[in-house]
Design a protein around this ligand. Structure first.
Ligand code: C5P
Length: 223
């Protein structure tokens, strides 16, 4: 079982990289941010207060992976609400097991899993053999988010998105539990001036080299 983790702030390119890498390698892609977005979205729609940790834990404990609807959950408002929900230690605990289980036993019998989020390399899968941490300038990340939202047919004002991303980054990196951090053994990449294909090339080269080395290790052990 091969596990690849990709962490970084919003708009750093981790979601696109995770999706493309999973497609190319035939792995399952788990977008862990969707879990937090889904809890926040459900809470808002059921009139649950976003500070009511007990109620949010109950929603999180009951969150089926199959019902994660990316299009519905994509907005920056939901991103902000997800960040509020993600600060709560017991909500994170309630979502831990499903993430670890999915990483180690991906649906569809896939031979590996690519996870992207904020704590996938530090907390969810600290033993993952391949970890990436992506960054990019705030301005560039805001521009990418605006492009994504516009492409999805949503209104996106650059200055508003910039300020929302800044606040979300501060909250995600400054919280007490599982803050956004680069794992000590992660490969870091600043994607500000890179194309998707360049980022994919970098990641795929490292992932393939690691898989080859793992296979050689197994063969040596068996000899
Ligand atoms: O990645 P995305 O922007 O969809 O994540 C939404 C929010 O969910 C993040 O701002 C963060 O607060 C939270 N999150 C988290 N841990 C993860 C993934 C997302 O705390 N592994």
């Amino acid at each position: 079982m091969m596990i690849i983790t990709i962490d970084g702030p919003a708009g750093s390119g981790k979601g696109t990289l995770a999706r493309r890498l999973a497609e190319d390698l035939g792995f399952y892609h788990l977008d862990t941010g969707l879990l937090y977005r889904s809890v926040a979205y459900t809470a808002l729609h059921q009139g649950v207060d976003l500070t009511d940790e007990d109620a949010l834990v109950a929603l999180a404990a009951d969150m089926p992976l199959t019902q994660l609807n990316k299009t519905l959950l994509a907005g920056e408002g939901i991103g902000r609400a997800a960040s509020d929900v993600a600060k709560m230690p017991r909500v994170r605990v309630a979502l831990l097991d499903v993430q670890r289980r999915t990483a180690h036993r991906p649906p569809g019998g896939k031979p590996g899993c690519v996870l992207d989020g904020r704590d996938t390399g530090t907390i969810i899968c600290p033993d993952a053999p391949v970890k990436f941490f992506l960054t990019a300038d705030l301005q560039e990340r805001a521009r990418r988010r605006c492009d994504e939202l516009t492409a999805a047919g949503d209104a996106a004002d650059f200055e508003t998105i910039l300020s929302m991303l800044r606040q979300r980054d501060e909250q995600d990196a400054g919280r007490a539990v599982a803050p956004l951090r680069c794992a000590a053994d992660a490969h870091t990449l600043d994607t500000t001036h890179l194309t998707v294909e360049e980022i994919l090339f970098f990641a795929k080269t490292i992932a393939r080299d690691t898989m080859t080395l793992q296979r050689l290790d197994v063969c040596e052990g068996a000899a």
